[in-house]
Design a protein around this ligand. Structure first.
Ligand code: UD1
Length: 355
């Protein structure tokens, strides 16, 4: 079996890591195509190095642009690459513009498409990720759902027959890196000593409106506890353009971290504030309360028992961070840490004939 994985943005590299290991173990011919959506070394190369992912076989070097320009350039470039590879499966990951471009390119030339992390929904039609998820799920032939909640969404949209629940591959990585940190196998650079919070902000809805971004940064700066703010390029660019200083109050701005150091930073913190999907889940898996600066989340399981809370208004951040730690232990809704093996098994066992 030959599988082409198409990735391009930071969270997709994390998802790719365990799939690459599982593919190698099963003797699957695995070709990696990088669209180039993320191109900064700190957003791309370090993930390949630290998570021991084989170097991409093909790098398209597309880079940044408006949604149409970026997605269109990827679509055009991927068509020839996928046609030439003629794989048994094109595997697409998550909800970025790279995901949609690859699904569309493959389906148009009658190649079977599998969507890893299928069925997540925010039901917020303003989010580019929501467009990408819905369109990719309806284009794909095999829907690899991380949770039962995701599978239920797919069933509600008439897609049950194509759905397999495999568990969450990010959990595979997170738990094994957590164990490596605990075993002292990760070089930890302590950027803020003592009691502190780790924060990331990068969603367009939070970064692209100057008034909202100003109030978020003021809210983070005024928490009364130091905040290690890991600055995504979008946040860096928008804050500079709007003249918003990121080192206000208790904020300690820092570059984005490689994955193992990110896990170590969360483990060293008291709590997490974020608008990322992955980090909400990582906080949960790493036993840290989370505050999500959004009106909704795709990972609703994290909200159970108050481990994660949705706080759309920056003025409410301080109270949310100060809330007591949940008394109820966390559950295991995201799988057992072996989802990638099930992904490869599902690809091997599913046969799609496209007439
Ligand atoms: C993308 C995904 C989002 C995911 C996020 C993880 C889409 C629609 N969104 O958002 O779901 O959570 O990745 O980070 O695909 N930039 C750089 N260097 C880089 C990459 C980006 O400077 O290596 C800057 C550019 O100014 C670019 C901006 O960041 O315009 C945004 O990058 P983009 O790829 O458009 O989306 P993300 O915001 O990273």
């Amino acid at each position: 079996m030959r599988v082409v994985s198409v990735v391009g943005a930071r969270p997709q590299f994390v998802k790719l890591a365990p799939v690459a290991v599982a593919a190698a173990a099963a003797g699957v011919e695995h070709v990696i195509v990088h669209t180039g959506q993320h191109y900064d070394a700190a957003m791309s190369d370090v993930f390949f190095d630290d998570l021991h992912i084989p170097a991409p076989d093909v790098h398209l070097g597309i880079g940044s642009g408006s949604h149409g320009v970026q997605t269109g350039a990827m679509l055009a470039a991927l068509e020839g690459v996928l046609a030439q590879q003629a794989p048994d499966w094109v595997l697409v990951y998550g909800d970025t513009n790279s995901t949609l471009a690859a699904a569309l390119a493959a389906v148009k030339i009658h190649l079977p498409v599998a969507h890893l992390e299928a069925g997540l929904r925010s039901f917020n039609r303003r989010m580019p990720e929501e467009h990408n998820r819905v369109l990719t799920d309806h284009a794909a032939d095999l829907l690899l759902a991380p949770t039962q909640v995701a599978a239920d969404h797919l069933r509600d949209e008439g897609l049950a027959a194509r759905t397999v629940v495999v568990g969450d591959v990010m959990t595979d990585v997170c738990l094994s890196v957590r164990d490596a940190v605990h075993a002292g196998r990760v070089a930890v650079t302590q950027q803020v000593a003592g009691d502190h919070v780790v924060a990331t902000i990068h969603r367009a809805d939070n970064t692209d409106d100057p008034d909202r971004l100003r109030s978020i940064v003021a809210g983070l700066g005024g928490l009364g506890v130091p905040v290690l703010l890991l600055v995504h390029p979008r946040l860096r660019d928008r804050a500079a353009a709007f003249g918003i200083a990121l080192d206000q109050g208790g904020i300690v701005p820092a570059e984005p971290l490689p994955y193992p150091q990110m896990v170590a930073a969360v483990l060293a913190s008291r709590a997490v504030i974020t608008d990322s999907g992955g980090l909400q889940k990582e906080a949960y898996l790493l036993d840290r309360p989370c505050v999500t600066l959004r009106t909704e989340t795709e990972w609703v399981e994290t909200l159970q028992d108050g481990w994660n809370v949705l706080v759309p208004h920056p003025g409410d951040l301080a109270a949310a961070v100060a809330r007591p730690r949940p008394a109820v232990p966390r559950r295991m809704p995201f799988g057992d840490g072996h989802a990638a093996d099930r992904v490869i098994a599902a690809l091997s066992e599913s046969h799609v004939v496209i007439m």
